[in-house]
Design a binder for this molecule. Structure first.
Ligand code: ZN
Length: 389
């Protein structure tokens, strides 16, 4: 393959709560943002940072450092901080259908407050992907999805087996939803950390890139290769620019660039061959030695799944219709707030029930503080006032 361009995209996958409680992870998040802003200020070669596809991390940071709101806005305006398109990174299957839609709608509303959203449906760690995702994305004006699980045979161990049964031989494919909507799908074939911790030491550089380039070569259909520079709660890679310079010296036939999903997707779309596959419907294949869909999280802490559905039904089928009947606008903000609180229990490590007990105790409090019933009473009171009773 000639004229290979390696797109290095910086990110940190931010499980809001998991092996640590929310507030402990948030303290790490503050450090991440502070270090990132230092880098933006002092390293002009550090182009951009992908904020994990979820806007809630901006709220989490600015609650601690509200004085940095202008700074955040400036970096978003300059295209350095890549935000959106979702509110949180949810599990598709363990929450309600409506909650999946609301997560996208609220994410779009939140990104609109700041400016431009990264136009990529981002499902890096979701334990399988729902068949309606292409439809929801297309309805939101998003034509590309990136995901880590659910398509065989590509996996962590980098095996490529020559067999016709495989759904896609390449990381790039089309993904067609239940209604026929189609998006370009990008599978993180070597996971979303395949370009993490890039060395600057010359000997280490040679070994590192020989292996990494070989891993990517197994799956790509174009000469535009993706390297995800980050992992779970990964701190900012402070000397990345130097690491990229060293890589370019060692591999003169390859061009290493600090990229973004906007640039990478544009480059891939203009070089896609005709023979890539189309995968259809939900992506839950576990027939891989790689990253499984982990469907068995359905049976863990079932009471959370029940509470989520109950509250989602209440918001969708009782509170919202009542707000419309009673004039709507008086309760619109409260309704959005209620959906946000509910969605804070929807991230994959939260609703799965696979986190430490402190996390799940906080989830119980979130469910308990949801203002659904209060909103019902408030709507009914304003309706009574309208009719003078
Ligand atoms: Zn995760």
């Amino acid at each position: 393959m000639e004229n290979v361009v390696v797109h290095i995209i910086s990110h940190s996958h931010w499980d809001r709560e998991w092996y640590l409680p929310f507030e402990s992870h948030r303290m790490q998040l503050v450090e991440l943002f502070d270090n990132l802003f230092d880098l933006f200020e002092n390293d002009p070669e550090f182009k951009s940072f992908h904020l994990d596809g979820q806007t809630i991390v901006l709220d989490d940071y600015l609650e601690i450092r509200p004085e940095n709101r202008d700074k955040v806005q400036r970096y978003i305006d300059q295209g350095k901080l890549k935000i959106g398109p979702f509110y949180i990174l949810q599990d598709d299957y363990l929450i309600s259908s409506e909650a999946n839609v609301r997560n996208t709608l609220i994410g779009q509303q939140e990104t609109a407050k700041w400016g431009k959203s990264t136009q990529i449906g981002y499902f890096p760690d979701t334990f399988g992907n729902m068949g309606q995702a292409p439809q929801i994305l297309q309805k939101s004006g998003i034509h590309v999805a990136a995901f880590g699980r659910g398509v065989k045979p590509i996996g962590f161990d980098n095996q490529v087996l020559e067999d016709k049964q495989f759904t896609s031989q390449f990381s790039e494919m089309y993904w067609q939803g239940a209604d026929g909507s189609r998006v370009l799908g990008i599978l993180f074939a070597n996971w979303y950390s395949n370009g993490n911790e890039i060395p600057v030491d010359k000997d280490e550089t040679l070994t590192f890139w020989k292996q990494k380039l070989s891993d990517v070569r197994d799956y790509v259909s174009t000469n535009q290769w993706l390297m995800m520079n980050g992992c779970d709660h990964q701190p900012v890679h402070k000397n990345l620019s130097e690491a990229i310079r060293v890589a370019n010296e060692f591999f003169p036939d390859v061009t290493f660039v600090h990229s973004s999903f906007d640039d990478y997707v544009h480059a891939v779309e203009s070089t896609l061959p005709e023979q890539i596959s189309t995968v259809t419907g939900e992506l839950t294949s576990q027939e891989t030695d790689g990253w499984y869909a982990l469907a068995n999280t359905s049976s863990s802490r079932i009471y959370f799944k029940q509470a989520f559905q109950e509250n989602s039904n209440l918001l969708e089928q009782v509170v919202e219709p009542l707000t419309v009947i009673t004039g709507g606008h008086n309760h619109k903000d409260q309704l959005t707030y209620a959906w946000k609180v509910l969605l804070q229990n929807a991230p994959h490590d939260s609703i799965y029930g696979c986190s430490i007990d402190e996390v799940h105790r906080e989830m119980e409090t979130r469910f308990a503080k949801l203002p659904c019933r209060r909103l019902v009473r408030s709507c009914c009171r304003s309706e009574n006032r309208r009719f003078g009773s």
